[in-house]
Design a protein around this ligand. Structure first.
Ligand code: EPU
Length: 416
């Protein structure tokens, strides 16, 4: 277990270069399983979730090589159909390999996917939507077994635009003999990115980025190369850190158009922002004001992954802020950790109510989940004095070079 020591109370100044998106690279890695030919992904962040996805591919028989931010996968021998319990349980995105294995082999076996505890995270919608395409599912209570003997295309519909289920269906659909139409699809940029990669591999895709996606594959998919899109949540995290601590931050290699609701919230809180095509500059004097109500929703709404992060930035904002989460209504485990810093924040149903306090005190706290942990880190950076954050290895699931980036911005942060 790692502890992050933070000596907070300093402004953050300088430049960060955003990595490829965690939630973008994981489905792309799953997609590499669909071809017998090599695929190359550039801009892969060095985070433990990407390492876990690479391990799943190796375990399925693929040859995987990593050189810096480039991952090459040759899935010619990727004949495995079972993800072992240990790897299934390490992260939620292990479930995305289900669609890829079904397309390639017509069979897939895995255990309940792990990942951050954000309340209930079932995979019932994945299963029901796959069943509509002729997939059968059974379980002995532990192992989940899927088979696609009578493959068929047609329409399948999600009751809610689940990101993971949409990705799974797109991947599985490449193995159907007829076109598949996915209705009620998620519209997140990472989905559009998966659609582009599948098209690069030779699939016919229409509508990615809308709520109805059509996938058709008339011939075997070939290899492809792609650069992973920038991480909008890593971007939001460094912006929120600077908003909370004060400072002058330039974020480069990002895409401001992917996080407009977050930028708008930070501006409302009193930060000055300037956006160019692939960069954002944020200036904050650290004296923020409450923003009223924010509701985290599916894309293009305010992202649930930025909910804890922006909550933490508002702990010292004068006045009242409210953060509701309509995607994960129980994603508030960070709130009790934030209170350890002297913050006045409470959960009421599926919302956190924040009354800004004049100052935060250093504290010993822990990472409850990846984004909640980023929120705890923001509180520690804004509190003058030494804080210690336990379970900090969880932050490395999604943030590459976290300590070195923060040190470059002037923060005193190190792993103990
Ligand atoms: N849901 C169900 N049944 C299902 C699938 C989802 O009830 O079969 C519910 C979930 O419990 C949740 C809601 O639907 O309440 C949305 O879940 P979704 O399936 O969209 O989320 P996910 O695919 O499990 C991805 C990201 C999350 C991000 C969400 C929402 C990856 C690997 N994970 O999760 O990212 O919060 O979409 O945008 O892409 C993170 O990066 O820290 C993270 C948790």
């Amino acid at each position: 277990m790692k502890t992050l020591v933070v000596r907070g109370g300093r402004p953050l100044c300088g430049t960060v270069f955003i990595h490829g998106a965690k939630n973008g690279v994981l489905p792309l890695l799953a997609a590499t399983l669909l071809s017998n030919e090599p695929c190359t992904l550039d801009g892969c962040p060095e985070i433990t979730d990407a390492a876990c996805a690479a391990e799943i591919l190796s375990c399925l028989g693929c040859r995987v090589g990593r050189c810096g931010e480039r991952i090459c996968v040759n899935a010619a021998d990727g004949t495995g159909v079972r993800i072992p319990r240990e790897l299934s349980g390490k992260m939620r995105a292990s479930v995305t390999f289900l669609g890829a294995m079904l397309a390639r082999h017509g069979r897939a076996e895995l255990f309940a996917p792990g990942g951050c505890v954000l309340g209930e995270r079932p995979i019932d919608w994945h299963i029901r939507a796959l069943e509509a395409l002729g997939v059968t599912a059974e379980t002995d209570g532990q192992l989940l077994r899927f088979a696609w003997k009578r493959r068929r295309g047609g329409e399948t519909e999600l009751p809610f635009p689940s990101v993971g289920a949409t990705e799974n269906l797109m991947l599985a659909a490449t193995g159907a003999p007829e076109p598949v139409v996915i209705r009620g699809a998620a519209r997140e940029p990472e989905i559009a990115e998966l659609g582009c990669f599948l098209r690069d591999m030779g699939a016919e895709i229409e509508g990615e980025g809308s709520d109805a996606i059509t996938v058709f594959c008339s011939k075997p998919l070939h290899g492809a190369n792609r650069r992973v899109l920038p991480d909008r949540i890593e971007t939001a995290t460094y912006l929120a850190m600077t908003a909370a601590c004060g400072g002058d931050l330039s974020v480069r290699h990002t895409d401001p158009s992917l996080l407009l609701p977050v930028l708008e919230a930070l501006e409302r809180a009193g930060c000055t922002l300037r956006c160019l095509d692939d960069s954002i500059r944020l200036v904050s004097d650290g004296r923020l004001r409450g923003v009223g109500s924010i509701r985290a929703e599916v894309y293009p709404g305010f992202p649930t992954d930025a909910q804890a992060i922006v909550t933490a930035a508002l702990l010292r904002a004068e006045g009242l802020s409210e953060m509701e989460d309509a995607v994960f209504p129980h994603r508030f485990r960070h709130v009790s950790e934030l209170r350890k810093f002297g913050a006045d924040v409470r959960t009421v149903g599926s919302r956190a109510v924040i009354r800004g306090v004049a100052r935060l005190n250093p504290a010993n706290a822990e990472v409850t989940d990846l984004r909640g942990g980023a929120g705890v880190l923001i509180a520690a950076l804004a509190a003058k004095g030494e804080s210690r954050i336990a379970n900090a290895e969880l932050l490395l699931r999604g943030y590459a070079a976290l300590d070195t980036y923060l040190q470059k911005l002037g923060a005193e942060v190190f792993f103990a």
